[in-house]
Design a protein around this ligand. Structure first.
Ligand code: GLN
Length: 305
């Protein structure tokens, strides 16, 4: 297996040259385009890793499933469903997805920015600082890593330049879907995206989603199995944004990408996978990361379809 990973990374490395860094968040443009790392935990608790798996990067959109999980843990599926839908958007992550002049909760998917901004309001906590602290605590728990913290420079960079996200949040406010102060909600969202992690952290979180809410090694249940099914289903249809259909055909597992270059893949009952390679395609997904998952899926028959 370790040899297979080395082979796959060698084959995928040239693809890093085909992508671009996410320069719309200036701090992300400082990443090294050549980086490529992978970390796998299989359900027999074995670890396999190769390349730049130890590098730190920001979680970006991969925080969306964690935001959704916390919203589910705090409110249950029925309440969450009153606020967001589950239909794939088929649109870019920052699209202003409004139909017929009305913004309805059914149009909002928690795997794109508008839905994730809305999830921040559903997390319990007296202040948005407290809501964020609870999200950070859950991320540390799922990744079994208490050292996970905020990347302050990325957070400030996002906050300074996030006008599209402000537009999305004010749209939610206009349509009565956010009651609180929009800047407080956005601050929580920008912090959430700027949580700093590694491939190993993503692999551990993916493992729990793959194993019905149970932690590696201890088997401790962190959330009910039905939340894992709910999140994995949405990841399958919208986790890679408007690249989700192509990804389902070529790789065939629930996964979530982020513009920091990370991908978390969930292979139900079999493994959690964390990948890092910051050169992105036009949809904001890691080019070499997707290629590596394609090869891995082909070799190990990972597709669930
Ligand atoms: N923080 C990023 C944004 O809001 C997250 C988007 C992403 O990772 N696709 O634009």
């Amino acid at each position: 297996m370790d040899e297979l990973l080395e082979q796959i990374l060698a084959e995928c490395h040239p693809y890093t040259a085909q992508g671009n860094l996410a320069n719309y968040i200036p701090e992300l443009a400082k990443a090294n385009k050549n980086d490529l790392g992978i970390y796998i935990i299989s359900s027999d608790d074995r670890i396999h890793r190769a390349g730049d798996y130890g590098k730190k990067f920001t979680i970006q959109s991969i925080v969306k499933p964690i935001l959704l999980l916390l919203a589910l843990m705090d409110n249950g599926i029925d309440v969450v469903r009153e606020h967001v839908g589950v239909e794939a958007t088929g649109k870019p992550f920052d699209a202003i997805n409004v139909n017929e002049q009305a913004l309805l909760s059914d149009h909002i998917n928690p795997m794109v920015n508008m839905g994730a901004i809305l999830m921040c309001t559903l997390i319990k906590g007296d202040t948005y600082q407290e809501k964020f602290e609870r999200l950070l605590d859950l991320t540390r728990k799922l990744a079994d890593n208490n050292e996970i913290c905020l990347n302050e420079d990325v957070y400030l960079s996002e906050k300074r330049t996030g006008s599209k996200n402000r537009a999305l949040a004010y749209m939610l406010k206009t349509y009565g879907m956010i009651q609180d102060d929009v800047e407080d909600v956005l601050d929580c969202y920008f912090r959430a995206c700027s949580i700093q992690i590694t491939c190993g952290d993503l692999a551990r979180i993916g493992y729990i989603l793959a194993n019905h809410g149970r932690m590696p090694y201890t088997g401790e249940r962190v959330f009910p199995a039905e939340y894992a099914s709910f999140v994995n289903a949405i990841l399958s249809t919208c986790g890679m944004y408007d690249g989700s259909g192509e990804f389902a055909v070529k790789v065939g597992v629930p996964a979530k990408s982020g513009v920091g270059g990370g991908i978390m893949a969930v292979v139900p009952t079999r493994m959690g996978i964390g990948i890092f390679s910051p050169a992105l395609d036009a949809k904001g997904n890691s080019v070499a990361g997707i290629k590596a998952l394609e090869l891995l899926s082909e070799k190990l028959f990972l597709s669930i379809f």
